[in-house]
Design a protein around this ligand. Structure first.
Ligand SMILES: [Zn+2]
Length: 277
């Protein structure tokens, strides 16, 4: 499932091709993904418009024009590839966008999504925080200043486990299962600790580790997306070395105790009982 680092890298790769270009055509091979695609709104906001930038908010890619944003979410299995042809190059291609780049080349962005949990939408204007998709989202972890203090304040009187707390998109966006497990290990915090019981110094350390883990994944992904023309290319997870994730029974990299696995709200969690308190 594409997470924040994958969407960030894909957005940068798409931006390199399309920024400053003209969005000439949008062709949809079906009318819905997870929900109906607002095709006429999408065309009104994008087609015939200059692409100012490609941005990201949470796991949404945003194609900005003067009129508003084209909004793309990759869901579980979505991907975007850049092709020299408008002909679908892969099964499950659901949308094809024709872009005339600023150097006057034609390029086609193909949206592919076998399981169709993704989303294509559009919004008029640029008030993201007022839009249904974005209005209840927490801050971006890589942009937030004083993230440790913010998490500490938000967590007061919250009894839920710290891992669930940092994965709650209303608190903070983009901390998926892998990144939560790894950051908690690095900050030496037990994933089942009540959020309200974690101290400010521990939140400061956790904030630092969340940022570091996400930055490491984005760096690893930079190479993956240098060429995103490959039909088989799947954003998947970027390969970074992981200390606890999916390492049940293997020795802790710090103390050699076996890594333990538990379920929390239906999701697997890995941690070291000795290092994380
Ligand atoms: Zn350990």
């Amino acid at each position: 499932m594409p997470e924040l680092p994958e969407v960030e890298c894909l957005s940068r790769a798409v931006g390199k091709v399309v920024e400053g270009g003209l969005f000439e055509k949008a062709r949809f091979l079906r009318k819905d993904l997870r929900d109906p695609i607002p095709i006429s709104d999408f065309k009104r906001i994008l087609v015939g418009q200059r692409i100012e930038s490609v941005e990201r908010r949470s796991k949404y890619m945003l194609i900005r024009t003067e009129s508003g944003f084209g909004i793309i979410h990759l869901g579980m299995t979505g991907n975007i590839i850049c092709q020299d042809s408008p002909k679908p190059a892969a099964p499950h291609t659901h949308a094809i966008f024709q872009i005339r780049t600023k150097s006057d080349q034609l390029q086609w962005l193909h949206y592919i999504d076998p399981r169709r949990f993704g989303r294509i939408s559009a919004m008029k204007g640029h008030d993201l925080e007022g839009h249904d998709f974005f209005k209840s989202l927490g801050p971006e972890p890589l942009e937030a200043r004083n993230l440790g203090t913010y998490l500490f304040q938000q967590s007061r009187r919250k009894k839920k486990p710290i891992k669930n707390f940092i994965m709650d998109g209303g608190v903070l966006v983009g901390v998926g299962n892998i990144y939560a497990a790894e950051s908690l290990f690095k900050a030496r915090i037990h994933p089942e600790r009540e959020a309200q019981e974690v101290s400010l110094p521990s939140y400061n350390l956790l904030a630092k580790q969340i940022k570091a883990t996400l930055r490491r994944a984005i760096k690893a992904g930079g190479t993956t997306f240098r060429d995103f023309k490959n039909v088989d290319g799947n954003p998947g997870y970027f390969r970074i070395s992981l200390a606890v994730y999916d390492r049940t029974g293997k020795p802790c990299v710090e103390c050699r105790s076996p890594i333990v696995s538990i379920k929390q709200s239906g999701r697997s969690t890995w941690f070291c009982e000795k290092c994380q308190k």
